[in-house]
Write a protein that binds this ligand. Structure first.
Ligand SMILES: NC(=O)c1ccc[n+]([C@@H]2O[C@H](COP(=O)([O-])OP(=O)(O)OC[C@H]3O[C@@H](n4cnc5c(N)ncnc54)[C@H](O)[C@@H]3O)[C@@H](O)[C@H]2O)c1
Ligand SMILES: N[C@H](C(=O)O)[C@H](O)COP(=O)(O)O
Length: 362
């Protein structure tokens, strides 16, 4: 069956962080074979080899996992998909753990030390990942962590010329989507966000009827399509303490959020009005819901991560392809020393694989 399925593509992200460590960790344990698909990995080939040696020296890896490096100068224009697919197949037959798509760094990589000279290489990984996913060469993108500040400091911008703020926004703009939704999921809960990487002071202005409406619609559609839940039960957080306390602690619930939620309620969708976020995230409510919609990043994600950091998957809803991600950042303190857990990468691969299996093109 392996030969019929498209690859999962892992981007290792920031080379000074733990992206390569966790990919190597899974490869060394043979866990990349669990998905019965070719695994393609973007990284700098030299840095990958060095990181494997560092992890061996740290006593974490017993030996270097086996991979096949493709030295094509990978950029969007000259990447020979057929050649890579052919080598990919040969590598599986030769029991290689993964195909390494070599994207060279401009400067030497030092564990834990960000060098913005390498930020273009990080951005190039995302660019090639998008190209391979949008033309259906890979079944899904599974992203390792990048250091947002490094890309920003290097002057890397999103397609619309605004500051780079994350994978979610990058893939949204590259795909020409007006709106996508960041959702993080673990055994305890699924939390989707109306706003993503915004300073706190900019959030109220971003809570518009359109934004709330589009978020809810994308969550409903993807809960159906990606999670097979025909009638998802959704609870929605208010923006203000106690969901505005009847208008005494803020008017967004009354003026913006609830009117939109009532449109969906009137259509028969199983969704709440805005609820106080402090008590929404309690066992009684979570036991009866499939997804929570939070208004902003640090309203929803700390609760979710406190229930399963390391076992959580970040996914982007509303994209024309499957994209999942680890739940953690670059963990510069752990790069090369073996302290990084690879469980979130495994969960992200597993979710991407399951979603790809359910999709028409596999
Ligand atoms: N998917 C992504 O690209 C992504 C996700 C989150 C954060 N980030 C970025 O990462 C950078 C650092 O962010 P941060 O310090 O807030 O979060 P972080 O996740 O890098 O680190 C937070 C803490 O968790 C620990 N940790 C992280 N991953 C771990 C793992 N796999 N195993 C064991 N321990 C782990 C770290 O050592 C640290 O103590 C920031 O630039 C942030 O924007 C990127
Ligand atoms: N908010 C994400 C998290 O907590 O995991 C993280 O910042 C990564 O976001 P992107 O996937 O957009 O890079």
């Amino acid at each position: 069956m392996t030969e019929e399925k498209r690859p999962l593509l892992i981007t290792t992200g920031e080379p000074a962080g733990i992206g390569m460590d966790v990919a190597l960790g899974l490869a060394a344990e043979g866990k990349l074979q669990d998905f019965a698909r070719p695994i393609w990995v973007t990284a700098d080939a030299k840095a990958m080899q060095t990181r494997a040696e560092e992890l061996i020296a740290a006593g974490v890896l017993k030996s270097t996992p086996s991979w096949h490096t493709i030295n094509t100068d990978i950029n969007a224009d000259n990447f020979d998909v057929n050649l890579v697919a052919q080598i990919s197949q040969q590598s599986i037959e030769a029991d290689r753990a993964f195909i390494l798509l070599n994207i060279p760094c401009a400067a030497p990589v030092v564990c834990g030390q960000i060098n913005i000279a390498n930020s273009a290489m990080v951005a190039q990984q995302l660019d090639i990942a998008h190209k391979l996913a949008i033309n259906n060469t890979v079944a899904a993108i599974v992203t390792g962590p990048l250091q947002k500040s490094a890309l920003i400091d290097a002057g890397i911008k999103l397609l619309d010329g605004t500051m780079f703020s994350g994978h979610t926004e990058f893939f949204m703009q590259q795909s020409g989507c007006e709106k996508v939704v960041m959702m993080l999921a673990n055994q305890a809960m699924k939390v989707a966000l109306v706003t993503t990487h915004l300073p706190l002071k900019d959030i109220p202005a971003a809570i518009t009827a359109d934004n709330v409406r589009q978020t809810v619609q994308i969550v409903i559609d993807d809960m159906r399509e990606k999670f097979g839940l025909a009638q998802p039960r959704i609870l929605v957080c208010g923006l203000n303490p106690h969901a505005g306390e009847g208008g005494h602690l803020g008017m967004e619930e009354i003026e913006i959020i609830n009117p939109v939620l009532n449109e969906f309620i009137n259509m028969g969708v199983n969704i709440s009005e805005a609820m106080p976020a402090d008590t929404l995230f309690t066992t009684r409510h979570l036991a009866n819901c499939d997804a929570v919609i939070a208004m902003y990043h640090d309203q929803g994600l700390p609760v979710l991560k406190s229930h399963g950091f390391g076992d959580t998957v970040n996914l982007t809803l509303g994209l024309p392809y499957i994209r999942t991600s680890v739940d953690h950042g670059t963990a510069l303190d752990l790069a090369g020393n073996g302290g990084a857990s690879a469980t979130s990468l495994y969960q992200a691969l597993n979710m991407a694989n399951e979603m790809a299996d359910k999709s028409l093109t596999h």
